[in-house]
Design a protein around this ligand. Structure first.
Ligand SMILES: [Zn+2]
Ligand SMILES: [Zn+2]
Length: 250
């Protein structure tokens, strides 16, 4: 919990974050081509599926301009947004495995991928706190973990506030809804945890999520943080859907 964390001296926080590096790692199979290697993807697949073309710095959609035409005419509620990869194969299958097949161990690999993106890394390093997009209590109980929290902890454990935002209503599946209906569905779905509210006033907060589709969830979360007094909100996600998803998407 961040409130008590502030009482610890910095050397103690660094000590708590330290993990011994293994001297030897067992070989594993590449999640894409099944050759033996020492990471989630072999070198060849990692090269072949390089993240992400130049992207708009406000919505993370592919764009040759720093800010795309859509964001110039209708800026999002947050200041900046960055994603590591597009929500396409092989990332889509890996993320589904991460969320639904209890492969929580992929979080460290995904966080490394995210921090390899310079813009995303800058947003993480300049923000005061990382706020994971919360799941409803029911969904978190079913899944056993919140994938956004796992990512945030691996991005910067000392900045992560797991319960900074709460999901106060359990919305129906968003997958088949239009952007407008998603936003209406999510109105008042998120609230700032009362214990953390004083720590957010005037701060630079960065929302963390696994996949950004239409951006409606991040919009509702950012709105809650800004209404609580945050000076600035940014968003970072592992993947960015380049088009409105079909009903089978997340
Ligand atoms: Zn491979
Ligand atoms: Zn944009």
């Amino acid at each position: 919990m961040t409130i008590s964390r502030k009482a610890y001296p910095s050397w103690f926080r660094r000590f708590k974050q330290w993990r011994p590096q293994p001297l030897f790692s067992w070989p594993t199979q590449c999640h894409v081509c099944a050759t033996w290697c020492h990471d989630i993807l072999c070198d060849s697949c990692a090269l072949q599926h390089q993240p992400h073309d130049p992207a708009c710095r406000a919505c993370a959609l592919d764009s040759l301009q720093p800010i795309c035409a859509n964001c110039l005419s209708s800026p999002p509620i947050w200041q900046a947004c960055a994603s590591a990869v597009s929500y396409v194969e092989p990332w889509r299958s890996l993320i589904i495995g991460f969320k639904f097949n209890e492969q929580a161990g992929l979080a460290a690999f995904f966080a490394k991928l995210m921090l390899a993106n310079d813009h995303l890394q800058a947003l993480v390093s300049t923000s005061t706190h990382l706020i994971p997009v919360p799941l409803s209590a029911k969904r978190q109980r079913q899944r056993g973990f919140n994938q956004a929290s796992l990512l945030a902890r691996h991005l910067a454990r000392h900045k992560c506030i797991d319960q900074g935002l709460l999901r106060v209503t359990d919305t129906a599946s968003q997958a088949s809804l239009s952007r407008e209906k998603r936003q209406a569905n999510l109105t008042h779905a998120f609230a700032v945890h009362p214990a953390h509210r004083p720590h957010f006033i005037g701060k630079h907060l960065t929302l963390v999520d696994d996949v950004m589709t239409t951006g409606s969830t991040l919009h509702a979360c950012a709105l809650a943080l800004l209404q609580a007094g945050a000076a600035k909100v940014d968003c970072v996600t592992l993947a960015r859907a380049q088009s409105v998803p079909h009903a089978d998407s997340l």
